[in-house]
Design a protein around this ligand. Structure first.
Ligand code: ADP
Length: 479
């Protein structure tokens, strides 16, 4: 099968979160299974893309709001990615360092709609100009959710009408909502079908994708169930389209996330010598963060937003400190400016107990997975979550709220086959209790080492999930 992914993120070229990891791994593992997967990504000015060698393979124009704009396609040369990566260059739209957020202002780019509408139209223009047709076009989140609509409805893409399209929802909170009249930016289609773009009085990209694509997937079974009852207004639509929905849990790329070979950590290690290796990484981490290395270390990595429950962390740290809980805490993340201020304040109030780096730092994230004892994920909403997989691969025990993909993938240690710490309700008391359980386990050396080894041996690799994607693709390709 030939599968074309169209996505706003793809690791290592451009990553803001889990979508980047998925789009950088799934195509590689599809190819390993004997298929032919490729990725189309905007040509951002990220560090990785500025330094990679590319060749220009196509120049053309795309229609936008009844005008015509130039674009070009560049192929990444000598790629070790495991798939072909094509970059869509649109002058004035993507020649900037940020993916969604302007790194200088911390705010989303003002022209998000123009950027991603243009990217989707230009991508289809190029795909339709090629001789060979993909068997599947796989889109991700609202940034590319208009592709299935355009394939079905826009006259100029008529040749793609019978090609199956898949939309994966990595996060249903963000939907790409705009005033209805922006439909005029899209290539011509039968206006009798304008309603396909509409949801709640406006144009909703995710809704249009759900209605138009042949299959809608999300990144865990648990999250799919949750979306049917709450998806920021789209739950009724998803219930209506339920027959074409399914959840496939994400995997991790063990070639990137491997403590034995990871070049981004202080000391490499294997399961057998995990205690020694992790101790060295913890030492490096403790020095970097100015915290003592002998206490259990609880870390958080992620976007500092409500969804991730990041706003519960300040109270957790205060509460644990006041109750004399012997532990240390670190946070790596960016997000809500008011949380940035709060964490900065806490840093000076709880020197040696808590520290943070409020930035996006891939290398530091790897060191934190390697050097921590526990990884905290107190999420309100968690489509799949990848951090719990990475932490376990590096022998760091996850402390999670049992929601969405976290409920599907972390089993509480109180169960026979358990290996993590799970709390059910989103509140401070249960979170503090979960941390205390971690401290208790840390004190029982043999138990702690056994759990650590157990989590390192669990297999959450892409192999299994890739097979599910392949079966799903096969089920929708016309016979
Ligand atoms: P999201 O909802 O943000 O996509 P996921 O758990 O699916 O959450 O994926 C998060 C990914 O982003 C992980 O690879 C994590 O290590 C990475 N990440 C998040 N924030 C940061 C940060 N500040 N620095 C480095 N990596 C980060």
């Amino acid at each position: 099968m030939k599968i074309t992914h169209i996505t706003a993120e793809c690791y290592p070229a451009a990553k803001a979160g889990g979508l980047g990891d998925v789009a950088g791994a799934l195509p590689k593992y599809l190819n390993k299974e004997g298929h032919s997967a490729e990725v189309l990504l905007p040509f951002y000015e990220t560090d990785w893309l500025k330094n990679v060698e590319t060749e220009l393979i196509y120049e053309g124009t795309f229609p936008y709001h009844s005008k015509s704009f130039p674009f070009s396609i560049h192929r990444v040369k000598k790629s070790k990615l495991g798939f072909e990566l094509y970059l869509v260059e649109i002058p004035g739209r993507f020649d900037r360092p940020g993916i969604y957020i302007d790194p200088w202002s911390g705010h989303p780019y003002w022209d998000e709609r123009e950027r991603f509408f243009s990217f989707q139209i230009a991508s289809l223009e190029w795909l339709i100009s090629r001789q060979s047709r993909p068997d599947i076009i796989h889109c991700h989140d609202h940034h590319t959710a208009l592709v299935p609509f355009m394939m079905k409805e826009c006259f100029r893409f008529d040749a793609f009408r019978d090609i199956p399209s898949v939309l994966t929802i990595h996060n249903g909170e963000y939907q790409g909502r705009y005033p209805m009249d922006v439909y005029q930016s899209l290539p011509a289609f039968n206006l009798q079908n304008l309603g396909v773009l509409q949801w709640d009085e406006g144009l909703n990209c995710l809704a249009a994708g759900i209605k138009s694509s042949w299959k809608v997937t999300t990144v865990s079974r648990g999250y799919m169930k949750e979306l049917l009852t709450f998806c920021n207004g789209l739950e009724i639509l998803l219930q209506h389209e339920q027959e074409k929905t399914m959840g496939i849990v994400n995997g991790i790329d063990p070639e990137v996330w491997n403590p034995k070979t990871d070049p981004l950590i202080d000391t490499n290690y294997t399961t057998t010598k995990a205690d020694v290796g992790k101790e060295k990484n913890k030492k490096a981490l403790s020095e970097f963060f100015s915290i003592p290395g002998d206490r259990p270390l609880f870390s958080f990595i992620g976007r500092l937003v409500r969804e991730k429950g990041a706003d519960l962390l300040p109270d957790l740290i205060r509460s644990c400190h006041s109750q004399g809980v012997e532990a240390s805490f670190i946070v790596l993340g960016t997000g809500d400016p008011s949380l940035h201020n709060l964490f900065k304040k806490l840093e000076s109030e709880y020197v040696g107990y808590f520290d943070s780096r409020l930035e996006y730092n891939e290398q530091l994230a790897h060191l934190i997975y390697a050097g921590s004892d526990f990884l905290m994920m107190p999420s309100r909403v968690e489509p799949c979550g990848l951090n719990q997989f990475y932490s376990m691969r590096y022998g760091t025990i996850p402390v999670v709220r049992g929601v969405g993909g976290l409920a599907d993938t972390v089993i509480d240690i109180s169960h026979n086959d358990g290996y993590g710490i799970v709390f059910d309700n989103f509140n401070l008391e249960e979170f503090v209790e979960a941390v205390k359980r971690g401290v208790d386990i840390f004190g029982k050396k043999e138990l702690f080492e056994n759990v650590r080894k157990k989590v390192m041996k669990l297999d959450f690799s892409w192999k299994r999930s890739t097979k599910e994607y392949i079966e799903m693709y096969k089920s929708i390709i016309p016979k």
